[in-house]
Design a protein around this ligand. Sequence first.
Ligand code: GYE
Length: 357
Amino acid sequence: MKRKVVSVLLCAAMVSAMMVGCGGGSAAPAEDASAEASEDASEEGGTITVGFSQVGAESDWRTANSESMKSTFSEENGYTLIFDDAQQKQENQITAIRNFVQQEVDYIVLAPVTETGWETVLQEAKDADIPVIIVDRMIDVSDDSLYTAWVGSNFKLEGQKACAWLQAYADAKEMDEINIVDIQGTIGASAQIGRTEAFDEAAQANGWNVVGQQTGEFTQAKGQEVMESMLKSNDNINVVYCENDNEAFGAIDAIEAAGKTVGPDGDILVMSFDTTNAGITDTLSGKIICNTECNPLHGPRVAEIIEKLEAGEEVEKQQYVDEGIFAYGSDVPEVEVDGEKFEVTEVTQEVIDGRAY
Ligand code: GYE
């Protein structure tokens, strides 16, 4: 993949020296395409250039994911990474992809903010013969040839595991009723669609009383705001299903500020997804009673796909990551979804210390 190295080196030098873009387009923030990296690349006789359009920096999960991508696609691993933070806006991602096409990168990696609206820009990448790898959330396109491969989580299954845990916990604790709020993720993102779908189905099947359902945009600030307003209008909430850890942190702040308590012996059970380090630490204390894993370490997985493509090998079109479910205490040792059993890990300090993120 040496053919594009010269233009990439020129581009990286231009971006770092003048903060302008290449090929007439506007500059994508190219924090990793430093002149230093370029010099090393030229010494080594060429690297693989990856343009990565990241959703944003909305959550701890996202930070861990960005770090995984940056440490994998490093110059010492033979890559030049052009990293673009889209600040949770699809239009920024579309601009970034167009810049990557102009810069003639070797691969485009896209973590899409929402599922729809990608046809036009991905057709442009296809016309330029640049393979596109989708990571984390999925895209909804009628033509599968618009991307080469996808790797990410089974978000519906994550939600189903979490909901199965709640019903089993409610049975074990003989809870009379479940008055539950769903603080959703970014509407239209696969992680929201899957987790909400599982929630809606479980609420209906188990007769939970859904007190409220509103997006918290996967952020702590919005999670707090939504929980505050839900608490003002409802006195009976006893469970909150947060679609990620950062929303849970915000919800806990709102609950405590309202003079209520969280935890196994408190007023409200807080559930969450991601199992980030801070999230699972709150599960150790019971503040987050159940935390369903969503693994952010996609860098090596994407690199494996690229290495196979470089070697001319076939790659799987879609790959799901294996994930666990973690809880405070051992009231529910396992959950069952569609006949399949999943062990629930009781969080201890050893469990936290033994994790990779
Ligand atoms: O759960 C959330 C992040 O798409 C899996 O996005 C990702 C989700 C993750 O903001 O914390």
